[in-house]
Design a protein around this ligand. Structure first.
Ligand code: SF4
Length: 659
């Protein structure tokens, strides 16, 4: 195949037999592009639905996309997929940093691993070759320490994805941690641990990506950079502020003391980094990732405990990365532990964890260590909050749904459907928090809120309606008081989002929903297809790209159905969405949305209307050409997308709609 955009090779590794073979990327790339699409296809072909996530037969697939390694596009993120022990279904993580680009420069578009080694190993990929090496000395080390040890051994240019003790001991919330502390969640670190695969190190030897049409790419990048220039959402200082948590950013801007000396931009490979991707330097000289949720998760508790800003939240984040535990799962668990402690169900004595000192370093250190090493009550926690609650008893179980992040009890659906009616369909059909889909809605509305409430920016009500027409299918999609137009909007956002996950483009900068330096400020939904065409030399237009996204979404749906998702019956929201009034959202503290004429509406106190949500599902299934009664896929719908083999498999299992 043409080498433009791809190395042409996928590495498959069987750890049981300690053998490795190459597979042609072309078998996958023509239809699935790369990233999630490529990984989902490997998974569909090779992982039986009966497989346990921690069985040797489970695959863990690390995949790049065709734009990976091309500078200035924000396209060098990469994906990790496999059956997740956290949800016992296929799931995925999307990571930044430079590991993906290095893998590609080392000669591979993706690595698919199965089997189980009889002793700890790491995989070393370089110069188009791969070798398994003993990792006995690394086993037990933290993920960051492992990375540093491998860099000391192989050279500082080595990029490493690794697990810490949480992954080794198969805690269901174990992450994979890569260079620049990039992390991928949903328990795929436990899958690495189950295979005794400590790390994958890649050295690319300074190679660079090959582009089919460099002049066309240069022109596109000039256009892209020029249009984005100076946009407030891409301002450096804006993101320094974002690293310190404020419950309400419209009334309270909190700066980290000595911000400019402590915060440093740390972009992914070749990216301009107009985003919150930051490292923090602590008072003791330690440095590491500190952005978005990973920076926030312990801040409210620590500030409450110590009464002032200090470095404990940073060290808490670093500790999670060392042990390779997912901060979102830990955040929810902390909230549940707190509530159980308040109710007198869990104590310092019966858990061996100083819950009474929540917010302190002592508490977080004890919690993370006990989970990772499965010590005492930590063993129950390592199996997940639901499992631990089951063990503790009904009263503790009753508090699980009220666990929330960033110190807000019950806040476990950011950008949720009580606030934005569109997002319910994302929450109902995905196996994890679908941030890359939610952000398109939440960020767009936030820009409008900024203009409408604070008089800042250019995102007027007219622009919002025009944007909704172009990106979400109708003006009705910009009226968040109704469910009208939301099914189409959800489908369009998902199809576009899945195409982006195949490329793998960063959702922080894509799609281009709006532009500052044009008269009408309208965005450009065609830029992704132009870029991939210029890089690969294979012409694809916007509609073609969306169609690939739709196909990959359907492939993933078929995987989930094969693994137990029951269509309509399973496309549900947590019960609290229908019964507990909305109080708060992290990006929109006053829960403000636009009505039909751009009027300001507060959704505080709102719940999801059960009947309207079911009607929205009807419409969504029709748009997807799924069976409305059951939510199962149809032969006609799958064949239209070229998924005849998938239809055949589902039919044989009795999982295709009868119509
Ligand atoms: S915008 Fe930020 S997160 Fe996205 S690719 Fe660039 S540096 Fe990475």
């Amino acid at each position: 195949m043409a080498t433009f955009g791809y190395t042409g090779r996928i590495l498959t590794v069987d750890l049981s037999s300690r053998s490795a073979t190459d597979v042609s990327t072309q078998d996958y790339a023509d239809r699935f592009l790369g990233g999630r699409g490529l990984a989902a296809k490997i998974y569909w072909d090779e992982v039986s639905p009966e497989a346990n996530a921690l069985d040797p037969v489970n695959r863990i697939v690390f995949a790049t996309g065709p734009l990976c390694g091309v500078p200035l596009i924000a396209g060098s993120r990469w994906t990790v997929c496999g059956k997740s022990p956290a949800v016992d279904r296929f799931s995925y993580g999307n990571l930044g940093g430079t590991w993906g680009a290095e893998l590609k420069f080392a000669g591979y578009d993706a690595v698919a691993v199965h089997g189980r080694s009889d002793k700890p190993v790491y995989l070393f990929v370089h110069d188009g070759t791969a070798e398994l090496r003993d990792a006995g000395d690394l086993w037990g080390k933290g993920a960051i320490d492992t990375r540093e040890a491998l860099q000391a051994e192989l050279g500082q240019s080595a990029k490493v994805v690794a697990i810490g003790p949480g992954g080794e001991n198969m805690a269901v919330m174990a992450n994979v941690i890569a260079d620049n502390d990039a992390s991928g969640s949903k328990g795929l670190g436990a899958v690495m641990g189950s295979k005794r695969l400590k790390a994958i190190a890649a050295i690319g030897g300074g190679r660079r990506a090959q582009v089919a049409q460099p002049e066309r790419l240069r022109q596109l990048l000039d256009q892209y950079r020029g249009l984005k220039r100076g946009f407030p959402y891409y301002d450096e200082a804006f993101y320094d502020v974002l690293c310190r948590f404020s419950r309400d950013t419209t009334t309270e801007i909190k700066m980290i003391p000595d911000t400019s000396a402590r915060m440093k931009k740390q972009p992914c490979y070749g990216c301009q980094g107009k985003c919150p991707r930051r490292t923090y330097r602590a008072g003791d000289g330690g440095a590491g990732k500190f952005m978005c949720h990973s920076a926030y998760f312990y801040q409210p508790w620590a500030e409450q405990y110590y009464g002032e800003w200090n470095d404990v939240p940073f060290h808490a984040t670093k500790l999670c990365d060392q042990y390779s535990l997912d901060t979102i799962a830990i955040d929810l668990m902390i909230s549940w532990l707190h509530q159980c402690h308040e109710a007198g169900i869990l104590t310092d004595q019966n858990t061996g964890i100083p819950i009474s000192k929540l917010g302190s370093w002592e508490f977080i250190e004890s919690l993370i260590r006990k989970i990772s090493l499965r010590e005492g009550f930590g063993d129950a926690l390592a199996a997940g909050m639901d499992h631990a609650a089951e063990q503790v008893g009904p009263a503790a179980k009753g508090l699980v749904d009220n666990a929330g992040i960033v110190g807000e009890a019950g806040y476990n659906q950011p950008y949720g459907p009580r606030l934005y009616s569109t997002t319910g369909l994302f929450w109902a059909t995905e196996t994890r928090w679908p941030m890359y889909l939610l952000h398109e809605v939440a960020t767009t509305v936030s820009k409008w809120v900024t203009w409408r409430m604070m008089g800042f920016g250019y995102f007027t009500s007219d622009l919002l309606r025009a944007t909704a027409r172009m990106f979400w299918g109708s003006e009705a999609a910009a009226d968040f008081l109704t469910y009208e137009g939301k099914a189409l909007a959800a489908k369009m956002i998902q199809d576009r989002g899945y195409a982006r996950e195949c490329l793998v483009l960063c959702e922080w900068l894509w799609p281009i929903v709006d532009l500052e330096f044009t008269e009408d400020h309208m965005g450009d939904p065609t830029m992704e297809s132009k870029l991939v065409s210029a890089v690969t030399g294979r012409e694809v237009d916007k509609e073609g790209l969306d169609r690939i996204g739709e196909m990959v979404f359907n492939l993933q749906r078929a995987i989930l159905v094969r693994e137990g998702h029951r269509g309509r019956e399973s496309d549900t929201l947590p019960e609290r969405s229908y019964t507990v009034p909305l109080e708060y959202d992290v990006s929109n503290a006053h829960c403000v949305v636009p009505g039909s004429e751009g009027e300001v509406i507060s959704r505080k106190g709102a719940v999801v209307d059960r009947e309207e949500f079911e009607r929205m599902k009807d419409e969504y299934y029709q748009l997807r050409q799924w069976d409305v009664a059951t939510g199962l896929q149809t032969r006609a719908g799958l064949e239209k997308l070229g998924l005849q083999d998938v239809a055949q498999d589902l039919e044989q299992r009795g999982l295709l709609a009868a119509c």
